[in-house]
Design a binder for this molecule. Structure first.
Ligand code: DHB
Ligand code: FE
Length: 302
């Protein structure tokens, strides 16, 4: 089919509109349909291939894996890179890099002042203490900033999605103290893998790719008047550290994991050996003429 015939069909479709609709939606959908028509034409996509793809997306939706697909196909990282670019143009550079939220955040975690324990004492992983400050771009500490933290357990599973874990296990929100300090006690997570029998893995197999993420800890860091930071830190030494299926590892997000013991654990109620991570978060002031850093998306709520 030649280009003109494709364009004629696209025009016919566009001309079938009888009301204004939503101009932004129209522009985006028309463009995607056009790009897909061209893909089908150029790659000679056969009807059974088309229906396989459509059914695949339906199945991925039904099993709640579209968020995983967005991460695994690189869309979520791509959106990060575009936000980075918009910020760089507005003079925002440096600070704590952003990286993907992923599909496993749950709204409503318990809030603590200054310090929280995330685990319930049953996870066999090594005890972890992570601590630091939330500061503005001028380096001044931000009191009362909110550090929302969530991570997987020793099997790479997240509470809420893994019903065998207690509610909000390894999920908390921590308010920084008057000096901008936060700290939490938890266990060192291990890497996450997409469900091996799921739709995401099915596609990854076709692409010759794996579905593993290095061990990581997620954060939202926010304070009034500042751009919300969505980020993660990775656990150094993980075999997938720079081979993340979601492309979320970034320079600046791999802090040293120190081995600590004895009196160092006292302030956190920890006895014996534990892993210690020091990490500060830098927030940038909200500015006009920049896309918001607060992203609207459907999130689980418990
Ligand atoms: C996915 C899982 C994660 O834990 C994460 O941080 C990002 C993405 C996923 O399954 O796509
Ligand atoms: Fe994750």
């Amino acid at each position: 089919m030649n280009r003109q015939a494709i364009d004629a069909l696209l025009n016919k479709i566009n001309d079938s509109a009888t009301s204004e609709g939503n101009p932004r939606t129209k522009e985006i959908v028309n463009r995607i349909v056009r790009d897909l028509f061209c893909t089908i034409e150029e790659l000679d996509v056969q009807p059974d291939e088309f229906w396989t793809a459509l059914n695949y997306l339906g199945d991925a939706g039904k099993s709640g894996e579209l968020g995983l697909l967005a991460a695994g196909l690189g869309f979520e990282h791509f959106l990060d890179l575009r936000l980075d670019e918009a910020e760089a143009k507005a003079g925002i550079e440096g600070g704590t890099p952003r990286t993907i939220e992923g599909p496993l955040y749950v709204t409503g975690a318990p809030v603590s002042d200054g310090h929280a324990r995330l685990d319930d004492g049953t996870d066999p992983g090594q005890t972890l203490v992570m601590r630091g400050r939330v500061v503005g771009e001028d380096g001044k500490p931000l009191a009362n900033a909110l550090v929302e933290v969530w991570h997987a357990n020793h099997l790479g599973n997240y509470s809420y999605f893994d019903k065998s874990q207690p509610a909000f296990n390894l999920r908390r929100s921590i308010r920084t103290d008057a000096s901008g300090n936060y700290s939490f006690r938890s266990v060192v997570p291990v890497g996450y893998s997409v469900p091996p029998q799921g739709q995401t893995q099915l596609l990854l197999d076709q692409l010759g790719r794996h579905g593993h993420r290095p061990a990581h800890i997620h954060f939202f860091v926010s304070a009034p008047g500042f751009r919300k930071l969505t980020t993660q830190i990775n656990i150094d030494g993980d075999p997938y550290l720079w081979d993340d299926f979601a492309f979320a590892t970034r320079d600046g997000l791999v802090p040293a994991v120190k081995q600590a013991e004895g009196a160092q654990g006292k302030p956190y109620g920890v006895e014996g050996n534990f892993a210690l991570i020091d990490f500060d978060f830098t927030l940038f002031k909200e500015r006009d003429n920049l896309p918001g850093a607060e992203v609207e998306r459907l999130r689980a709520e418990a």
